[in-house]
Design a protein around this ligand. Structure first.
Ligand code: FAD
Ligand code: NAD
Length: 466
């Protein structure tokens, strides 16, 4: 007996994992639906994550460059520079609108059925979407993540006093003083935005350094650079309480033996995100999350339940849009019968501060822990001609290669264009390239990427310009 379903594939969640999976499945001829509880498509990334944050990072970067004299070093003087904050925020909203509507267009173009509402499992191959039953041969959980709550703290994104990242992307005015709790990616990116727009920003991190998981050289370098830019980055501090006090937030923290209270206009809680999996009624299909709420999957994104898959932030791994997207595309291709794998060891991570910080593959610390002999070569951006011409000399390129085989194991970059540059190394690693392959690849001059070539030269020999 053959069973008929409403769809071949039903994707729950229209973030970068879910929408990419749905589009590829439909391109490959599968009858596909995608459900999201939000009014707009694109998930966290397009609505309240990657896109609005980068729109504000760029806008605030331009503002700082013109208002605080970076351009005057080129002989460009601007007088009476002013900030129309409402217009800056409207431009950000317009970018979000354009991109989320773009996903709508792609769904229509590929004949994907867009469903709206909260989905929960009601049995094998079956979900209930706001009460209505929908069946599918394959169901993909791409439900993403939400900000982790801070114990006993009430976030209110409307009034802008104690906010999470969503609130920090929609403040109604530039706060005079801001505290960012958590020195991770969100804290540093959004802390940088508001610092450039004029806020006095203090970052409160409970570990002994910022950016956990990144290469130590990046962490040290970025801490110094951010401090130079005016962010008060404080590490090894224990935030005990965050309390609302009228239009301010009072933060009580412990540093060593002392207690201190900081009063700010806005407190941003940026202490991590947690998978959005608790209200899916996974029990209806016999699935359980792990203790941190992630859905266990194998390398092919299969869960323990037949016909149910999970990708992106809902599963263990870096919470990054491109990881979710790649997993979504690969899964759709497998569902259509095309063998496809993803490479979890080659996922670049980028922090879009100024300069940017980026890494892929092993850090020097993880390479040491792996106990396989390796070589490291570092080239400073200050010795790169284009970086000097652009006055973007902060940073370095660091390459780690296997001592015996010369195969590239990882790379770490601090540079104005680190996020774009790291793609070259990710691709080289995807092809199993050696440092020599990269060193003898012709790079256009003058470009920031020549710093990658020079760092690669330094693995076995010497760079030319340092
Ligand atoms: P999500 O994008 O979270 O999408 C999941 C969707 O599922 C949501 O729309 C949600 O409404 C929907 N949903 C959940 N449960 C249900 C349900 N039961 N029924 C119906 N719908 C449901 N990553 C980067 O790579 N680069 C960046 O620059 C970057 N910047 C970021 C900046 C900020 C401020 C934040 C918060 C995150 C940022 N990220 C960035 C992380 C990135 O947004 C996530 O890794 C990515 O969105 C994860 O994609 P996803 O498809 O797994 O889930
Ligand atoms: P994160 O895990 O990057 O950083 C959280 C930081 O908060 C850590 O440094 C942690 O030590 C610190 N922390 C935790 N509890 C604390 C406490 N009680 N007091 C003080 N510090 C505390 O998380 P995030 O910055 O919230 O970002 C969440 C996710 O979103 C990340 O996994 C990231 O990958 C993703 N994201 C990516 C980008 C990007 O790719 N550019 C940008 C933003 C967010």
């Amino acid at each position: 007996m053959t069973t008929t379903f409403d769809f071949d594939v039903l994707v729950i969640g229209a973030g970068p994992g879910g929408y990419a999976c749905a589009i590829r499945a439909a391109q490959l001829g599968l009858a596909t639906a995608c459900v999201d509880a939000r009014d707009t498509l694109g998930g966290t990334c397009l609505n309240v994550g990657c896109i609005p944050s980068k729109a504000l990072l760029t806008a605030s970067h331009h503002y700082r460059a013109i208002a605080h004299g970076a351009w005057s070093s080129y002989g460009i003087d601007a007088e009476n520079v002013s900030l129309d904050f409402a217009r800056m925020m409207a431009a950000k909203d317009e970018t979000v609108r354009g991109l989320t509507q773009g996903i709508d267009f792609l769904f229509r173009k590929h004949g994907i059925e867009r469903l709206h509402g909260w989905a929960e499992f009601s049995g094998p191959n079956r979900v209930s979407i706001s009460g209505k039953a929908v069946t599918a041969k394959s169901i993909v959980i791409a439900t993403g993540s939400d900000p982790s709550p801070f114990p006993s703290v009430d976030v209110n994104n409307e009034d802008g006093v104690i906010v999470d990242s969503t609130g920090a992307l929609a403040l109604k005015a530039v706060p005079g003083r801001m505290a960012v709790i958590g020195g991770g990616v969100i804290g540093l990116e959004l802390g940088s935005v508001w610092n450039r727009l004029g806020s006095q920003v203090v970052v409160l991190e409970y570990l002994d350094d910022i950016l956990p998981g990144m290469d130590r050289d990046i962490r040290t370098h970025m801490r110094q650079l951010l401090r130079r830019q005016g962010l008060d980055v404080r590490t090894s501090v224990q935030v005990q309480r965050v309390e609302r006090d009228g239009a301010s937030a009072a933060i009580t923290l412990e540093t060593g033996d002392a207690l201190e209270t900081i009063v700010v206009d806005t407190a941003l809680i940026a202490t991590g995100r947690r998978p959005n999996t608790s209200r899916l009624r996974l029990d209806a299909v016999g699935l359980k999350t792990n203790e941190r709420g992630f859905i266990p999957v194998d390398r092919a994104a299969k869960t323990a339940a037949h016909g149910i898959y999970a990708i992106g932030d809902a599963t263990q791994g870096p919470m990054l849009a491109h990881r979710a997207e790649d997993e979504g595309i690969a899964l759709a291709e497998r569902l259509a019968g095309i063998p496809r794998d993803v490479h979890p060891g080659i996922v670049p991570a980028v922090v879009y501060t100024d300069p940017e910080a980026a890494g892929v593959g092993l850090t020097e610390e993880t390479a040491k822990a792996a106990a396989n002999p390796f070589r490291v070569s570092t080239f400073p951006m200050a010795a790169n001609g284009r970086a000097r011409a652009n006055r973007e000399t902060d940073g370095f390129v660091k390459i780690i290669a296997d001592e015996k085989t010369d195969v590239i194991l990882g790379a770490h970059i601090v540079a104005s264009h680190a996020g774009t540059m790291i793609a070259q190394i990710a691709q080289a690693m995807e092809f199993g390239a050696t440092a020599e392959d990269v060193a003898y690849t012709c790079h256009a001059h003058p470009t920031h990427s020549e710093a990658i070539k020079e760092a690669a030269m330094g693995i076995r020999s010497h760079p030319i310009h340092a």
